[in-house]
Design a protein around this ligand. Structure first.
Ligand code: ZN
Length: 249
C-alpha cells in the first residue's frame, strides 16, 4: 500500500500559558515544540529523532486572541507563516482577535481565511444560509485586509459535498476540513490534523511524523465512519457522532 506524502496541515485552537480544562486549549510548551518541528520539516531535517519528511502547515481556527498574543510573535520569530481562520461575527469581542490585530498579522505575512460568519453547523443550515455565511465572511475579511481571501475552514469540521461546493462557488479555492490526512493535491478540499490539549508530547510528535502506519490508521478511521453511516440512518449517525466528538470544534 503506497500512500503519497507531501504536506501535513495541522489545526490548532487556543494557545494557553496556564493549565486549562478545555480539551482544545493547547499549552504553550507543546506549541513551542510544534513550531520547532515545523521549522525542521521545512528544512527537511529530523526533530528529536523523528524524521519529518513532509512540510508541516499550521492553521488556527476560532480567532482566539492567543493567535495574536502568543502564536504570531513565536511564528514571526522563526520566520514561519500560518493560516488563521476567522469567525467574522466574533471579531473584536472578548478573547477574540480585533480587526487591527488581523490587519497587523496579515501585513506581517500571516495568511487570513474565513471560518464562516457565525460558526454555525453548516450541515444543518439551508443552502442559502451556507452561501451567506461563507460569502459575507469573505467580503468582511477582504475589506479588512485589502486583498483576496482564498481559503476557508469548516466550523466543527462538519460538511457535505454541497457545503464544499458552495464554498468553491462563492470564490474560495481551498476548503480546509478537520479530516485526518496528507495534502497531495492543488485546490479544493484540504485535510487537517487536529492537535489538542489532551495529547502528550510523544503523541503530537507521532502525528507530525505521520508515518505510513498513522496514515493507514486514518484511512481505517474514515472507512469505519463510512460503514457506520451506511448501517445507521443519518439521524442516528449524527447522534453517535455528536456523542463521540463531544467538545469538538
Ligand atoms: Zn471552529
Amino acid at each position: 500500500m503506497q500512500i503519497e506524502t507531501k504536506t501535513l496541515p495541522v489545526v490548532l485552537h487556543k494557545i494557553v500559558k496556564e493549565q486549562s480544562s478545555d480539551l482544545y486549549d493547547l499549552n504553550v510548551d507543546i506549541f513551542e515544540l510544534i513550531v520547532e518541528a515545523t521549522v525542521a520539516s521545512l528544512n527537511n531535517t529530523s526533530y528529536r529523532s523523528f524524521d519529518l519528511n513532509k512540510e508541516i502547515i499550521l492553521t488556527f481556527d476560532d480567532c482566539n486572541f492567543s493567535d495574536y498574543e502568543i502564536a504570531f510573535p513565536m511564528l514571526s520569530d522563526k520566520g514561519l507563516t500560518a493560516y488563521f481562520f476567522i469567525v467574522t461575527d466574533w471579531v473584536g469581542k472578548n478573547e477574540f482577535l480585533s480587526k487591527p490585530a488581523i490587519v497587523e498579522m496579515h501585513r506581517n505575512g500571516m495568511l487570513i481565511g474565513s471560518h464562516s460568519r457565525s460558526h454555525r453547523d453548516l450541515v444543518k443550515a439551508s443552502p442559502g444560509l451556507v452561501k451567506s455565511e461563507m460569502q459575507y465572511s469573505k467580503y468582511f475579511l477582504e475589506d479588512a485586509v485589502g486583498s483576496e481571501v482564498v481559503a476557508c475552514s469548516i466550523p466543527y469540521g462538519r460538511y457535505t459535498r454541497q457545503v464544499v461546493e458552495t464554498c468553491l462557488d462563492v470564490g474560495y479555492q481551498y476548503v480546509f476540513t478537520s479530516d485526518h490526512g496528507i495534502w497531495t493535491q492543488g485546490g479544493g478540499r484540504v485535510p487537517r490534523n487536529s492537535i489538542h490539549g489532551l495529547m502528550s508530547e510523544l503523541r503530537v510528535l507521532r502525528l507530525l511524523r505521520a508515518n505510513q502506519w498513522s496514515q493507514i490508521g486514518w484511512h481505517m478511521e474514515s472507512l469505519s465512519r463510512k460503514i457506520a453511516k451506511t448501517i445507521l440512518n443519518q439521524k442516528k449517525y449524527d447522534e453517535l457522532k455528536e456523542f463521540l466528538y463531544g467538545l469538538r470544534r
